[in-house]
Design a protein around this ligand. Sequence first.
Ligand code: ADP
Length: 484
Amino acid sequence: MKKYYRDSVLAKKLIVGTVLCSSIITLLLTSFHLYTQYARDIDQLSQSEQIIRNSLLNSLSESVWDYDNKLIQLQLEGVLSQPYIEQTYLELKDGQTFRSGALEHDWTKTYVFPIVHEQKGKRRELGTLTVTADLHNIYQQLINSAALTLLFNAIKTFGVVIFMLFLIERLIGRHLLRIVSSLDKIDPEQSPASIELGRPAKHLPDDMDKLAEAINAMQQRIHDAHHARLIASQEKAELQERIINQNQQLAQLDRVFTMGEMATSLAHELNQPLASITGFADICKRLVSQDQINHEMVEKTLEKVSSEAIRASEIIRRTREFVRDRTPQRGAHHISPLVHESIAMLQDMANKNQVIINYQPQEKSAQIEVDKVQIEQVLINLIRNAIEALSPQANGCINISQEIEENMVLLHIADNGPGLADKVMQNLFKPFISTKESGMGVGLSICHSIIEAHGGQITVINQPNQGACFTIQLPTCHNEEISF
Ligand code: ADP
């Protein structure tokens, strides 16, 4: 309880507020009370003045006219019986003076009355009467009254403040402390523990009960919302994972489909080293069947067999790597080897369609953190599309160029074909849009999702009279300078 009063700003504010308010009211009421008391005293004093003026002055002027000094003295003492009048002083024209009473204090008010005698319509001024009232008593009473009122009010305010503090601690303070300590312990992960105010079962419910009830309901709502959010984010993560898996499966399908389309070219490409191997093997056979075996020639021919076999196995490795179902693996790569490898896989197809592929890697290159096979899949899709777009025409040409802008590698794949059809342009990178008879229409959409998953961008423009130009942007991971 002591701690509550020490720490509670509310209690302190209440004390200051009550004391201030009570002091202002007390001061106003006391001032009003003192004013009415003062007005009453001053009124009494002016009544004394009226009595002196209206009745005592006449009889005094008669006594002065008759030179009755004894009566004058008696009458002056009679004036002193009026409230607050403490001294009288009569000064006659002939120089005679009379005095009664004495002043003990400084706070005085003086009235001067002329002593006039009237006879047969003639007015004669006989002297002046000076009456002095002592105001000390009036002020003293006011001071005492003010001091008493202020003292009583201070005691009353003190009592009220103590009682109010007691009430506040009992009715509000201790419950607030309980609520605050309960709220401090709230953990959205846990089921909410409801706040108990620990009141007797039969008490009449008040605002604190309502507050505790509202906080308990709010806690429950927060917990439910948190729970719902958790479930939603789990579901979202699961959905995202499913989408990623489906995208991977689709990309894998697209690779197999692409390879299916390129199978003839591949077979042709493989046929070349195999034919060479057969040819060189025949030469070897002939060389070893001669009487004089030319070992040097045999060795050179066998080397050629071996290099053609390596070429064939490289084609098979590249193809297997490309169509293999695999989880994406990112690593730091330079863009140029990826472009070279993609061109190599399509070179035979380009030759058959009499399309020239130009690629001059820049001297400056930067590394990109990518899945090699996925980026090759994008490049193969774009180059293959360009070859297919160029296939019916002569002088088909694909220009591949690259540049580095800030933290991005930009790769442009431009052809001099007919450009993209309006239908494709309007639904850019949406799946199942194709102008080809046997096309699935998923290539560009897969390219888009692969590049986006790598934090990059793919865009396309139809260059006037020049064909389509695709641009891939990928963030760099190192800014080292490497020459090729
Ligand atoms: P598909 O090749 O199976 O049709 P894609 O998504 O790879 O699917 O391509 C969609 C369409 O975009 C193609 O049918 C073609 O009409 C158009 N396209 C793609 N690349 C080019 C290009 N370089 N020149 C002209 N049209 C293109």
